[in-house]
Design a protein around this ligand. Structure first.
Ligand code: PLP
Ligand code: COI
Length: 338
C-alpha cells in the first residue's frame, strides 16, 4: 500500500505497486497491453531468453511536480533505445507509440506510488523484454515478451547526492568494441558485476570501465556515463561500446543552453586529472558528482575536492527543474501523465 511508504527515506529498491503491464509478440503481431497485479512470470524451462541472455531492459522516471502534475521524462527516447537493443538481439522491436502508451498507462495505474514532490523521489519505470520462444538451439527468437513495471525510488547511491569515490580497475571489461555495450542488454551488467562487487568491498561507490581493446580510454562509470568539466567545456567520452545515455544527452543540451562548449570524443585515463569537475550521469544516478578516482594499477589518485562543483550543480538543478516542473520544458522532454 502506497500509504505506508516512507517517501523521504526511499532507496533504489523494488517496492510492490498496484499493477504491471504485459505485452507479447507471437512471431506475427503484438498483443494488446494487459494490466495485471501478478508480480511473477510463469516461464517454460527452455525459454530462449533465459538460456542465451536474449534480453534487454530500460529505465526511465516519472516525477510529481511542484504543480502537482506527474511528468514522464523522455519516454520516446527510451523507446528508441529499446528498439536498438531489440535490433542487436534479433528481437522484434516494439513500436515507439506502444512503448510510450505502456509507460503512461503504467504510471496512471500506479499514480499513488509517484512520490510526493517534497520527497525529491520519483517513480522508476522498468521496461523489460526477453526472447520467449521455447527452443534449445541458438538462433533468432521470433517471440518476445515485454513487461513494464514500476517502483518508487530514492537516490541510487546510499546517502543521496554526495561526492562518490570511483576506482579504475582493469580486471574486467564491461563490453567489447563490437559487442553489446551500446545497448541495454542484461549481459553487460552480468559481465561487469564481479569488478563492481570488488569495488564495493574495497569501499568505492563505482568502477570506471575502460575500453576493452587498449584500456586507455574512459567508457562508463558503473551503470552511468562519465562527464568531465574544464575550461567552460562539458566533455563526455565517445565510443561504440558506451550506452547512449538519455540523461547525458539531456545534460549536453542543457550545457549548451547554459553557454558551455560540449565535446563528445575519446577521453584518455591521463586526461582525467585535467578536469575541474567530474561526474557520473544516468536515470538512476541522475548526476553523481565524483569526489575522487583511484587507479588500482598505476596507484594514481585524483582528488576533485570536497565540494560539488558549480557546473555539475547548475546542470543538476537545470535537469531537476524541468523534471519537477519548476522550469519551462523548452525541449518537450516531459509527457504530463496526470
Ligand atoms: N550507462 C549504463 C551502463 C547504464 O546502465 C545507464 C543507465 O541506464 C546509463 C549509462 C545511463 O543511461 P540513461 O541516462 O539513459 O539512464
Ligand atoms: C538506470 O539508470 O536506469 C539504470 O538502468 C541503472 C541500473 C539500475 C542498472
Amino acid at each position: 500500500m502506497a500509504a505506508k511508504i516512507d517517501w523521504n527515506n526511499l532507496g533504489f529498491d523494488y517496492i510492490k505497486t498496484n499493477a504491471n503491464i504485459r505485452c507479447r509478440f507471437d512471431g506475427k503481431k503484438w498483443s494488446q497491453l494487459a494490466i495485471t497485479d501478478d508480480e511473477y512470470i510463469h516461464m517454460h524451462i527452455a525459454t530462449m531468453g533465459l538460456h542465451y541472455g536474449i534480453m534487454a531492459f530500460e529505465g526511465l522516471k516519472a516525477f510529481r511536480g511542484v504543480d502537482g502534475k506527474v511528468r514522464l521524462f523522455r519516454a520516446a527516447d527510451n523507446a528508441r533505445r529499446f528498439q536498438s537493443s531489440a535490433y542487436k538481439l534479433c528481437l522484434e522491436p516494439m513500436p515507439t507509440d506502444v512503448f510510450v502508451e505502456a509507460c503512461v498507462r503504467l504510471v496512471k495505474e500506479n499514480i499513488d506510488f509517484v512520490p510526493p514532490y517534497e520527497s525529491g523521489a520519483s517513480l522508476y519505470v522498468r521496461p523489460l523484454m526477453y526472447g520467449s520462444q521455447i527452443a534449445i538451439g541458438v538462433h533468432r527468437c521470433p517471440e518476445v515478451d515485454i513487461i513494464f513495471f514500476a517502483s518508487p525510488v530514492g537516490p541510487y547511491f546510499k546517502g543521496g547526492m554526495h561526492l562518490i569515490k570511483v576506482v579504475i580497475d582493469r580486471m574486467q571489461d564491461r563490453a567489447a568494441p563490437r559487442g553489446t555495450g551500446d545497448i541495454k542488454a542484461g549481459g553487460n551488467y552480468a559481465s561487469s558485476l564481479l569488478s563492481g562487487e570488488k569495488a564495493h568491498e574495497m569501499g568505492y561507490d563505482n568502477v570506471m570501465y575502460l575500453d576493452a581493446a587498449q584500456h586507455r580510454f574512459i567508457e562508463e562509470c558503473g551503470a552511468a556515463n562519465f562527464f568531465g568539466i574544464k575550461n567552460g567545456t562539458y566533455v563526455t567520452p565517445a565510443s561504440p561500446s558506451i550506452l547512449p545515455s538519455v540523461t547525458n544527452d539531456s545534460l549536453r543540451t542543457l550545457a549548451h543552453d547554459m553557454g558551455l562548449n560540449v565535446e563528445q570524443r575519446p577521453v584518455t585515463v591521463e586526461e582525467l586529472k585535467t578536469f575541474e569537475e567530474a561526474g557520473a550521469c544516468g536515470t538512476a544516478a541522475v548526476i553523481s558528482p565524483i569526489g575522487s578516482i583511484y587507479d588500482i594499477d598505476t596507484q594514481e589518485y585524483i582528488d576533485y575536492g570536497k565540494k560539488i562543483g558549480p557546473v555539475s550543480l547548475a546542470l543538476y538543478n537545470a535537469l531537476r527543474d524541468i523534471q519537477y516542473g519548476r522550469a519551462e520544458d523548452k525541449h518537450n522532454w516531459c509527457i504530463i501523465v496526470e
